[in-house]
Ligand binder design. Structure first.
Ligand code: ZN
Length: 428
Protein backbone atom coordinates (compact mmCIF):
# COMPACT_ATOMS: atom_id res chain seq x y z
CA UNK A 1 0.00 0.00 0.00
CA UNK A 2 1.47 3.41 -0.94
CA UNK A 3 2.46 5.63 1.96
CA UNK A 4 0.42 8.79 2.45
CA UNK A 5 1.59 12.27 1.37
CA UNK A 6 1.52 13.22 5.09
CA UNK A 7 3.93 10.39 5.89
CA UNK A 8 6.32 11.49 3.11
CA UNK A 9 6.26 15.11 4.35
CA UNK A 10 6.88 13.82 7.84
CA UNK A 11 9.87 11.70 6.69
CA UNK A 12 11.37 14.76 5.01
CA UNK A 13 11.00 16.72 8.25
CA UNK A 14 12.68 13.85 10.13
CA UNK A 15 15.58 13.99 7.65
CA UNK A 16 15.94 17.71 8.50
CA UNK A 17 15.82 16.94 12.22
CA UNK A 18 18.48 14.22 11.99
CA UNK A 19 20.71 16.44 9.82
CA UNK A 20 20.46 19.15 12.50
CA UNK A 21 21.28 16.61 15.24
CA UNK A 22 24.69 15.02 14.59
CA UNK A 23 25.35 14.81 18.37
CA UNK A 24 23.13 14.48 21.45
CA UNK A 25 23.93 18.14 22.27
CA UNK A 26 22.66 19.19 18.86
CA UNK A 27 19.56 16.99 19.24
CA UNK A 28 18.71 18.57 22.60
CA UNK A 29 19.29 22.08 21.22
CA UNK A 30 17.29 21.40 18.05
CA UNK A 31 14.40 19.99 20.10
CA UNK A 32 14.37 23.12 22.27
CA UNK A 33 14.69 25.40 19.23
CA UNK A 34 11.69 23.77 17.55
CA UNK A 35 9.56 23.86 20.69
CA UNK A 36 10.46 27.50 21.29
CA UNK A 37 9.48 28.28 17.70
CA UNK A 38 6.13 26.61 18.46
CA UNK A 39 5.60 28.91 21.46
CA UNK A 40 7.24 27.02 24.34
CA UNK A 41 9.06 29.11 26.93
CA UNK A 42 12.73 28.24 27.48
CA UNK A 43 13.57 27.76 31.17
CA UNK A 44 17.01 27.43 32.79
CA UNK A 45 17.56 25.14 35.75
CA UNK A 46 19.70 27.62 37.71
CA UNK A 47 16.86 30.19 37.70
CA UNK A 48 13.51 30.43 39.50
CA UNK A 49 10.54 29.29 37.41
CA UNK A 50 6.96 30.45 37.13
CA UNK A 51 5.02 27.49 35.81
CA UNK A 52 1.32 28.15 35.18
CA UNK A 53 -1.62 26.09 33.96
CA UNK A 54 -1.91 26.70 30.23
CA UNK A 55 1.88 27.22 29.89
CA UNK A 56 4.38 25.33 27.74
CA UNK A 57 8.06 25.04 28.69
CA UNK A 58 11.34 23.45 27.65
CA UNK A 59 14.61 22.86 29.52
CA UNK A 60 17.96 21.59 28.18
CA UNK A 61 20.44 19.80 30.45
CA UNK A 62 23.63 18.99 28.52
CA UNK A 63 22.61 16.49 25.81
CA UNK A 64 19.12 15.93 27.23
CA UNK A 65 15.96 17.97 27.02
CA UNK A 66 12.50 17.96 28.56
CA UNK A 67 9.55 19.89 27.12
CA UNK A 68 6.04 19.97 28.55
CA UNK A 69 2.60 21.46 28.12
CA UNK A 70 0.41 22.09 31.17
CA UNK A 71 -3.35 21.92 30.50
CA UNK A 72 -5.39 24.97 31.47
CA UNK A 73 -7.27 23.15 34.23
CA UNK A 74 -4.16 21.49 35.78
CA UNK A 75 -4.23 20.90 39.53
CA UNK A 76 -1.98 19.32 42.16
CA UNK A 77 -3.10 15.81 41.20
CA UNK A 78 -3.18 16.09 37.40
CA UNK A 79 -1.33 13.07 35.96
CA UNK A 80 1.58 13.34 33.56
CA UNK A 81 1.89 11.52 30.24
CA UNK A 82 5.62 11.27 29.55
CA UNK A 83 6.91 10.31 26.11
CA UNK A 84 10.50 9.11 26.70
CA UNK A 85 13.27 8.77 24.11
CA UNK A 86 17.04 9.20 23.83
CA UNK A 87 19.22 11.68 21.98
CA UNK A 88 22.48 9.70 21.72
CA UNK A 89 23.45 7.09 19.11
CA UNK A 90 26.30 4.57 18.98
CA UNK A 91 29.44 5.65 17.15
CA UNK A 92 32.76 7.21 18.04
CA UNK A 93 33.90 9.99 20.35
CA UNK A 94 36.96 12.20 19.96
CA UNK A 95 39.82 11.40 22.38
CA UNK A 96 42.11 13.92 24.10
CA UNK A 97 45.13 14.89 21.96
CA UNK A 98 43.01 13.97 18.94
CA UNK A 99 45.27 14.99 16.05
CA UNK A 100 47.21 11.91 14.93
CA UNK A 101 48.32 10.29 11.69
CA UNK A 102 51.44 9.51 9.68
CA UNK A 103 52.75 8.64 6.22
CA UNK A 104 51.25 11.84 4.86
CA UNK A 105 47.79 11.30 6.39
CA UNK A 106 46.03 13.28 9.09
CA UNK A 107 43.88 11.13 11.38
CA UNK A 108 41.56 11.64 14.34
CA UNK A 109 41.99 9.70 17.59
CA UNK A 110 38.62 8.27 18.60
CA UNK A 111 37.08 6.01 21.23
CA UNK A 112 34.18 3.68 20.50
CA UNK A 113 30.90 5.11 21.92
CA UNK A 114 28.34 2.43 22.82
CA UNK A 115 27.95 -0.58 20.53
CA UNK A 116 28.13 0.50 16.88
CA UNK A 117 28.21 -2.01 14.00
CA UNK A 118 31.83 -1.10 13.30
CA UNK A 119 31.93 -2.26 9.67
CA UNK A 120 28.99 -0.02 8.74
CA UNK A 121 31.13 3.05 9.45
CA UNK A 122 33.58 2.23 6.67
CA UNK A 123 33.68 4.26 3.46
CA UNK A 124 31.25 7.01 4.42
CA UNK A 125 31.71 10.73 4.68
CA UNK A 126 31.62 11.58 8.36
CA UNK A 127 31.12 14.78 10.30
CA UNK A 128 32.70 15.84 13.57
CA UNK A 129 30.15 17.41 15.90
CA UNK A 130 29.44 18.20 19.53
CA UNK A 131 30.01 20.92 22.08
CA UNK A 132 33.04 23.01 22.96
CA UNK A 133 33.62 24.59 26.37
CA UNK A 134 35.50 27.86 25.75
CA UNK A 135 37.89 29.92 27.86
CA UNK A 136 35.32 32.75 28.18
CA UNK A 137 32.86 30.36 29.85
CA UNK A 138 30.61 29.84 26.85
CA UNK A 139 29.58 26.36 25.71
CA UNK A 140 28.99 26.32 21.95
CA UNK A 141 27.92 23.73 19.41
CA UNK A 142 30.28 22.78 16.61
CA UNK A 143 29.68 20.76 13.44
CA UNK A 144 32.35 20.55 10.75
CA UNK A 145 30.18 18.96 8.07
CA UNK A 146 31.71 16.10 6.04
CA UNK A 147 35.38 15.97 7.10
CA UNK A 148 36.42 12.40 7.86
CA UNK A 149 36.35 8.89 6.44
CA UNK A 150 37.27 5.41 7.63
CA UNK A 151 38.59 3.80 4.42
CA UNK A 152 38.32 0.00 4.17
CA UNK A 153 41.39 -1.95 3.11
CA UNK A 154 41.14 -2.93 -0.59
CA UNK A 155 40.15 -6.52 -1.35
CA UNK A 156 43.47 -7.02 -3.19
CA UNK A 157 45.30 -6.43 0.10
CA UNK A 158 42.87 -8.56 2.14
CA UNK A 159 42.13 -11.55 -0.14
CA UNK A 160 40.30 -13.57 2.50
CA UNK A 161 37.88 -10.86 3.58
CA UNK A 162 34.85 -12.16 1.69
CA UNK A 163 35.32 -15.67 3.08
CA UNK A 164 36.65 -15.01 6.56
CA UNK A 165 34.61 -11.93 7.43
CA UNK A 166 35.93 -8.59 8.61
CA UNK A 167 36.70 -8.01 12.27
CA UNK A 168 38.03 -4.50 12.88
CA UNK A 169 40.52 -3.88 15.67
CA UNK A 170 38.76 -1.27 17.82
CA UNK A 171 41.92 0.78 18.28
CA UNK A 172 44.21 0.30 15.30
CA UNK A 173 41.57 0.07 12.57
CA UNK A 174 38.98 2.68 13.61
CA UNK A 175 40.97 5.93 13.40
CA UNK A 176 39.50 7.98 10.51
CA UNK A 177 41.45 10.16 8.08
CA UNK A 178 40.54 13.83 7.71
CA UNK A 179 43.25 15.33 5.54
CA UNK A 180 46.75 15.19 4.12
CA UNK A 181 49.88 16.80 5.47
CA UNK A 182 52.23 17.01 8.40
CA UNK A 183 50.67 15.97 11.75
CA UNK A 184 52.95 18.40 13.61
CA UNK A 185 51.41 21.32 11.74
CA UNK A 186 47.77 20.18 11.87
CA UNK A 187 45.09 20.58 14.55
CA UNK A 188 41.70 18.94 14.18
CA UNK A 189 40.37 21.14 17.00
CA UNK A 190 40.94 24.13 14.71
CA UNK A 191 38.42 22.59 12.27
CA UNK A 192 35.87 22.32 15.09
CA UNK A 193 36.63 25.81 16.38
CA UNK A 194 36.23 27.32 12.92
CA UNK A 195 32.77 25.77 12.54
CA UNK A 196 31.80 27.48 15.82
CA UNK A 197 33.41 30.86 15.08
CA UNK A 198 35.96 30.29 17.84
CA UNK A 199 39.68 29.64 17.83
CA UNK A 200 41.35 26.36 18.80
CA UNK A 201 43.30 28.03 21.60
CA UNK A 202 39.97 29.00 23.24
CA UNK A 203 38.87 25.36 23.62
CA UNK A 204 39.17 24.21 27.25
CA UNK A 205 37.12 21.04 26.87
CA UNK A 206 35.00 19.19 24.35
CA UNK A 207 32.41 16.43 23.93
CA UNK A 208 32.61 15.61 20.25
CA UNK A 209 31.35 12.60 18.30
CA UNK A 210 31.59 11.36 14.74
CA UNK A 211 28.35 11.08 12.77
CA UNK A 212 27.30 9.99 9.29
CA UNK A 213 27.13 13.13 7.13
CA UNK A 214 24.60 11.80 4.61
CA UNK A 215 21.00 13.01 4.65
CA UNK A 216 18.12 10.58 5.25
CA UNK A 217 16.34 9.34 2.13
CA UNK A 218 13.02 7.77 1.08
CA UNK A 219 13.21 4.94 -1.47
CA UNK A 220 11.91 1.46 -2.36
CA UNK A 221 8.68 0.25 -3.96
CA UNK A 222 5.83 2.62 -3.07
CA UNK A 223 8.33 4.76 -1.12
CA UNK A 224 8.15 2.26 1.74
CA UNK A 225 11.69 2.76 3.11
CA UNK A 226 13.50 5.53 4.98
CA UNK A 227 17.25 5.15 5.54
CA UNK A 228 19.20 7.47 7.82
CA UNK A 229 21.85 7.64 10.49
CA UNK A 230 20.76 7.92 14.14
CA UNK A 231 17.19 6.65 13.70
CA UNK A 232 18.03 5.04 17.07
CA UNK A 233 16.67 7.03 18.68
CA UNK A 234 16.13 10.36 16.91
CA UNK A 235 13.09 8.80 15.18
CA UNK A 236 11.45 8.74 18.63
CA UNK A 237 12.70 12.16 19.75
CA UNK A 238 11.34 13.67 16.54
CA UNK A 239 7.99 11.87 16.95
CA UNK A 240 7.69 13.35 20.43
CA UNK A 241 8.65 16.85 19.27
CA UNK A 242 6.10 16.85 16.44
CA UNK A 243 3.35 15.44 18.67
CA UNK A 244 4.05 18.07 21.33
CA UNK A 245 4.10 20.88 18.73
CA UNK A 246 0.76 19.66 17.33
CA UNK A 247 -0.82 19.20 20.78
CA UNK A 248 -0.99 22.94 21.48
CA UNK A 249 -2.36 23.88 24.91
CA UNK A 250 -5.10 21.53 26.09
CA UNK A 251 -8.03 22.70 28.22
CA UNK A 252 -7.89 19.50 30.22
CA UNK A 253 -6.16 16.11 30.28
CA UNK A 254 -2.69 15.13 31.46
CA UNK A 255 0.49 17.23 31.54
CA UNK A 256 2.10 16.28 28.19
CA UNK A 257 5.86 15.76 28.59
CA UNK A 258 8.62 14.87 26.14
CA UNK A 259 11.72 13.57 27.96
CA UNK A 260 14.71 13.02 25.67
CA UNK A 261 17.64 11.61 27.64
CA UNK A 262 21.34 11.27 26.78
CA UNK A 263 23.66 8.28 27.35
CA UNK A 264 21.12 5.48 26.75
CA UNK A 265 23.69 3.66 24.62
CA UNK A 266 26.00 3.54 27.67
CA UNK A 267 23.36 2.40 30.16
CA UNK A 268 21.76 5.77 31.06
CA UNK A 269 23.88 6.39 34.18
CA UNK A 270 24.64 10.11 34.08
CA UNK A 271 23.11 13.41 35.20
CA UNK A 272 21.43 13.74 31.80
CA UNK A 273 20.63 10.02 31.41
CA UNK A 274 17.36 8.27 32.24
CA UNK A 275 18.89 6.78 35.41
CA UNK A 276 19.81 10.28 36.62
CA UNK A 277 17.54 12.80 38.35
CA UNK A 278 16.61 15.03 35.38
CA UNK A 279 12.99 13.95 34.90
CA UNK A 280 12.39 13.73 38.65
CA UNK A 281 13.82 17.25 39.07
CA UNK A 282 11.48 18.64 36.42
CA UNK A 283 8.42 16.80 37.72
CA UNK A 284 9.24 18.05 41.23
CA UNK A 285 9.31 21.67 40.11
CA UNK A 286 6.16 21.31 37.99
CA UNK A 287 4.13 19.76 40.82
CA UNK A 288 5.53 22.26 43.35
CA UNK A 289 4.26 25.03 41.08
CA UNK A 290 0.84 23.35 40.94
CA UNK A 291 0.79 23.42 44.74
CA UNK A 292 1.12 19.64 45.21
CA UNK A 293 2.22 18.32 48.60
CA UNK A 294 4.12 15.03 48.63
CA UNK A 295 1.02 12.85 48.87
CA UNK A 296 -0.71 14.73 46.08
CA UNK A 297 2.40 14.27 43.95
CA UNK A 298 2.27 10.53 44.65
CA UNK A 299 -1.42 10.56 43.70
CA UNK A 300 -0.52 12.22 40.42
CA UNK A 301 2.34 9.75 39.76
CA UNK A 302 0.03 6.80 40.48
CA UNK A 303 -2.22 7.80 37.59
CA UNK A 304 0.62 8.91 35.25
CA UNK A 305 2.11 7.04 32.29
CA UNK A 306 5.47 6.86 30.58
CA UNK A 307 5.59 5.74 26.96
CA UNK A 308 9.23 4.76 26.48
CA UNK A 309 9.95 4.87 22.75
CA UNK A 310 13.05 3.34 21.20
CA UNK A 311 13.71 1.39 18.03
CA UNK A 312 13.20 -2.39 17.89
CA UNK A 313 14.02 -5.16 15.44
CA UNK A 314 11.97 -5.86 12.33
CA UNK A 315 12.22 -9.46 11.12
CA UNK A 316 15.17 -9.71 8.68
CA UNK A 317 14.34 -11.85 5.63
CA UNK A 318 17.88 -13.25 5.42
CA UNK A 319 18.09 -14.13 9.11
CA UNK A 320 14.55 -15.12 10.11
CA UNK A 321 15.99 -17.76 12.49
CA UNK A 322 17.33 -14.96 14.73
CA UNK A 323 13.77 -13.84 15.50
CA UNK A 324 10.88 -15.38 17.39
CA UNK A 325 9.35 -18.04 15.12
CA UNK A 326 5.83 -16.56 15.40
CA UNK A 327 6.04 -12.91 16.50
CA UNK A 328 7.74 -11.21 13.56
CA UNK A 329 7.14 -7.47 13.19
CA UNK A 330 7.98 -5.99 9.81
CA UNK A 331 8.51 -2.48 8.47
CA UNK A 332 5.35 -0.69 7.40
CA UNK A 333 2.87 -2.54 9.61
CA UNK A 334 2.90 -0.10 12.52
CA UNK A 335 4.83 0.78 15.68
CA UNK A 336 5.75 -2.09 17.98
CA UNK A 337 4.84 -2.97 21.55
CA UNK A 338 7.95 -4.48 23.16
CA UNK A 339 7.53 -7.39 25.54
CA UNK A 340 10.15 -9.23 27.59
CA UNK A 341 9.63 -11.74 30.43
CA UNK A 342 12.79 -10.55 32.20
CA UNK A 343 11.75 -6.87 32.33
CA UNK A 344 14.28 -5.75 29.74
CA UNK A 345 11.14 -3.92 28.64
CA UNK A 346 8.69 -2.51 31.18
CA UNK A 347 5.52 -3.45 29.23
CA UNK A 348 2.94 -5.45 31.21
CA UNK A 349 -0.70 -6.42 30.72
CA UNK A 350 -2.08 -3.07 31.86
CA UNK A 351 0.44 -1.18 29.74
CA UNK A 352 -0.35 -3.33 26.69
CA UNK A 353 -4.03 -2.50 27.04
CA UNK A 354 -3.30 1.22 27.41
CA UNK A 355 -1.02 1.21 24.34
CA UNK A 356 -3.68 -0.51 22.23
CA UNK A 357 -6.16 2.15 23.36
CA UNK A 358 -3.87 5.00 22.25
CA UNK A 359 -3.24 3.23 18.92
CA UNK A 360 -7.00 2.70 18.38
CA UNK A 361 -7.67 6.36 19.14
CA UNK A 362 -5.07 7.35 16.53
CA UNK A 363 -6.38 4.72 14.05
CA UNK A 364 -2.88 3.22 13.90
CA UNK A 365 -2.11 -0.50 13.57
CA UNK A 366 0.40 -1.97 16.02
CA UNK A 367 2.63 -5.06 16.14
CA UNK A 368 4.30 -6.94 18.97
CA UNK A 369 7.99 -7.65 19.50
CA UNK A 370 9.45 -10.44 21.59
CA UNK A 371 12.93 -11.99 21.32
CA UNK A 372 13.96 -15.46 20.24
CA UNK A 373 14.92 -17.17 23.54
CA UNK A 374 18.44 -17.80 22.25
CA UNK A 375 18.96 -14.19 21.18
CA UNK A 376 18.39 -11.94 24.22
CA UNK A 377 17.27 -8.40 23.45
CA UNK A 378 18.81 -5.14 24.61
CA UNK A 379 17.11 -2.85 27.10
CA UNK A 380 16.15 0.82 27.04
CA UNK A 381 15.00 3.73 29.20
CA UNK A 382 11.58 2.28 30.05
CA UNK A 383 12.51 -0.09 32.90
CA UNK A 384 14.86 2.59 34.31
CA UNK A 385 12.23 5.34 34.51
CA UNK A 386 9.66 2.88 35.87
CA UNK A 387 12.10 1.82 38.60
CA UNK A 388 13.13 5.38 39.47
CA UNK A 389 9.72 7.04 39.60
CA UNK A 390 7.24 4.19 40.01
CA UNK A 391 5.28 5.53 37.05
CA UNK A 392 3.56 2.92 34.87
CA UNK A 393 5.67 2.46 31.76
CA UNK A 394 5.16 0.84 28.35
CA UNK A 395 8.07 0.13 25.99
CA UNK A 396 7.28 0.79 22.36
CA UNK A 397 9.00 2.04 19.21
CA UNK A 398 9.30 1.56 15.48
CA UNK A 399 10.70 -1.61 13.87
CA UNK A 400 13.98 -1.09 12.02
CA UNK A 401 16.73 -3.12 10.35
CA UNK A 402 20.47 -2.56 10.75
CA UNK A 403 20.16 -1.30 14.33
CA UNK A 404 23.38 0.50 15.41
CA UNK A 405 24.57 0.75 11.80
CA UNK A 406 25.82 4.16 10.68
CA UNK A 407 22.71 4.17 8.46
CA UNK A 408 19.63 2.35 9.69
CA UNK A 409 16.46 1.36 7.83
CA UNK A 410 12.89 2.21 8.89
CA UNK A 411 9.42 2.17 7.32
CA UNK A 412 8.06 5.58 6.23
CA UNK A 413 4.51 4.86 7.45
CA UNK A 414 5.70 3.59 10.88
CA UNK A 415 7.58 6.85 11.55
CA UNK A 416 4.46 8.92 10.94
CA UNK A 417 2.24 6.47 12.82
CA UNK A 418 4.48 6.78 15.90
CA UNK A 419 3.92 10.54 16.15
CA UNK A 420 0.18 10.03 15.65
CA UNK A 421 0.05 7.63 18.63
CA UNK A 422 2.22 10.04 20.64
CA UNK A 423 -0.48 12.62 19.92
CA UNK A 424 -3.33 10.53 21.33
CA UNK A 425 -1.09 9.59 24.28
CA UNK A 426 -0.48 13.29 25.07
CA UNK A 427 -4.22 13.98 24.75
CA UNK A 428 -4.85 11.36 27.43
ZN1 ZN B 1 18.02 3.18 21.29
Amino acid sequence: MPVTPDALTYADDLADFVASSPSSYHAAAETARRLEAAGFERLHEEQAWEIRPGGRYVVVRDGATIGWSVPSDASATTPSHIFGAHTDSPGFKLKPQPTTGGRGWLQAAVEVYGGPLLNSWLDRELTLAGRLALADGRVVLADTGALLRLPQLAVHLDRGVNNNGLALDKQAETQPVWGLGDVAEADILAELARSADASASDIRGYDVVIADAARGAVFGKDDAFFASGRLDDLASVHAGVVALERAGVADSGPIAILAAFDHEELGSNSRSGAAGPFLEDILGRVYDALGADSSQRRQAFASSWCLSSDVGHSVHPNYAQKHDPVVQPVLGSGPILKINANQRYATDAVGSAAWRGWCDAADVATQEFVSNNNVPCGSTIGPITATRLGIRTVDVGIPILSMHSARELAGVSDLHDLTRVAGTFFAG
